[in-house]
Design a protein around this ligand. Sequence first.
Ligand SMILES: CCCCCCCCCCCCC/C=C/[C@@H](O)[C@H](CO)NC(=O)CCCCCCCCCCCCCCC
Ligand SMILES: Nc1ncnc2c1ncn2[C@@H]1O[C@H](COP(=O)(O)OP(=O)(O)OP(=O)(O)O)[C@@H](O)[C@H]1O
Ligand SMILES: [Ca+2]
Length: 549
Amino acid sequence: MEKQVTLLSSQLFQKHRQVEVVLNRSVLAWKPVEKSRKPCSGTCDSVQSYSVEVCEIVAVRKTEDDDQDAAQTGKHQKKTKQLYPYAFTVSYVRRTRQHQWRCSEVTFHCANQALCEEWVQVTNEQLSLLTNRPKSLLVYINPFGGKRHGKRIYEQKVAPMFRLAGIATTVIVTERANHAEDHLKTEANLDKYDGVVCVGGDGMFSEVLHGLVARTQNDHGVDQNQPDAELVPCSLRIGIIPAGSTDCICFATVGTNDPVTSALHIIVGDSQPMDVCSVHHNDVFLRYSVSLLGYGFYGDVLSDSERNRWLGPARYDLAGVKTFLSHNYYEGTVSFLPAEDDVGNPRDKLQCRSGCSICQHNRSSKDEHGDVSEEKEKPGKDDSSDWNEIHGKFIAINAANMSCACPRSPKGLSPFAHLADGNADLILVRNCSRLDFFKHLLRHTNKDDQFDHPFVEVHRVRKFRFEPECHKLVSLEDLSEPPTKTGYSTPLGSWSCDGEILPEVAIQVSVQCQLIRLFARGIEEQQQQQQQCVSDDPCTLCALEPTTD
Ligand SMILES: CCCCCCCCCCCCC/C=C/[C@@H](O)[C@H](CO)NC(=O)CCCCCCCCCCCCCCC
Ligand SMILES: Nc1ncnc2c1ncn2[C@@H]1O[C@H](COP(=O)(O)OP(=O)(O)OP(=O)(O)O)[C@@H](O)[C@H]1O
Ligand SMILES: [Ca+2]
């Protein structure tokens, strides 16, 4: 292990006690000098030393007199200020419950100005060595997404933190659908930025994804209409400040849909590669998908929900109940190219987590800049003899490129799907009774296995195709019985592609391994979440006020 060189070490004052503060290249640590501090009375059996990783420091700055005056009203504090008139404040990431991050502060008081300035300068020098942090961001805000709080969320919760972290921003409040996508495709001077941020829901993310991917392919002369084209990975990372109805992409990559947490992941410069499915109809490019490509049930839910946009997030629940009651099924043929053997399977209970080994395995096929190595295209990999074909009547055909975890279904549509493994989980729900389908749906909300039904099968795939059964097609006018009885709402149904209806039903889908990167790190394991009880604030672990005098 590399020996840590101490960069600075001083006795300073924090709150009402003297502390030994040490900074090395990776950690800022402090502990009380005298035994003035009682242990935390919470459950964490608190320790007497505190530490923050340098990569999780948001900012360090000289504490302004006003801040000190506001914080120091008591007798002790006034005395502290007399003896230690200079102070600096470190803002850092604090983990709270359920994957949420907060920005906490600790203030150290110094007896002399030079020492105070040295601490600010040396700590800032260490922060400037963190080259993965964005310095300049292009931000798109959808003022009408979700509950229409996007603009307020950005201005009140996110912008102040970006300012604190010294990130420059260009903010565009969208004026119409596709504004962000069009701007990215043609106008935006992307050389100026280290990343693009969308404030909104999955639909807004999809706009940024389409804008950035199209721009990148355009710049490299790649034709998106070619289903087998080798797409060029995007160099800019995408950040999502959740302010939509579902926020499934944010939830499944960060573990929560919380704007402050997302802003902090952007500030610390996290990077999470993500697969993107390209969807074609013959040789025409239709759309990209990162979350759910759903035919049958989810396609119908989406089509119906679009009519009730005014209802906000509740539109999905209303449409869900209506679609469930109509109990439609669709006939067709699904063909798929299975994943390689060494990437797990959709029921192996291996959840995709921060630093996921299954996704890392695939990382070896792309270098740091996303160039494809020779290893990637193995001869015969796409051999037509490897394709499987299934014909049937389906209530739902879902391709989950990632878990699709969201507040509605915290484990998601495919709980063990991976963000960056180069595969999608293809879920086929055959025609079954309403009761059986209800049981299947219910399992998305509890711990039971939603794939453990005789009418459900799930495959991990690199590519798939769908062909509807055309000879069965009838127009609505030709139906002798009402659609609900025949099981057809529209003859063909439709695909929902990350919340957009596709214009075609016969589609070819190919997973593009790690085409984009997000400002995220995947969902952290519980132990990664835990931290020491550091604190000017309530104790992170036991959620109690620390017992300082
Ligand atoms: C008995 C309760 C069962 C609850 C079952 C919940 C399963 C929920 C699974 C959610 C998966 C969401 C995947 C998200 C995809 C997004 O990228 C995309 C854009 O936002 N949304 C859609 O494609 C639009 C998809 C819309 C998803 C909303 C589904 C709401 C279903 C409500 C079902 C009610 C059944 C009631 C039976 C009496
Ligand atoms: N200024 C705007 N006016 C109207 N529509 C917009 C505007 N800006 C963006 N949009 C469109 O609004 C759609 C929905 O936006 P968004 O995803 O932010 O919210 P949502 O639909 O409520 O959330 P979710 O996609 O998570 O269900 C997007 O597809 C986007 O194209
Ligand atoms: Ca995947």
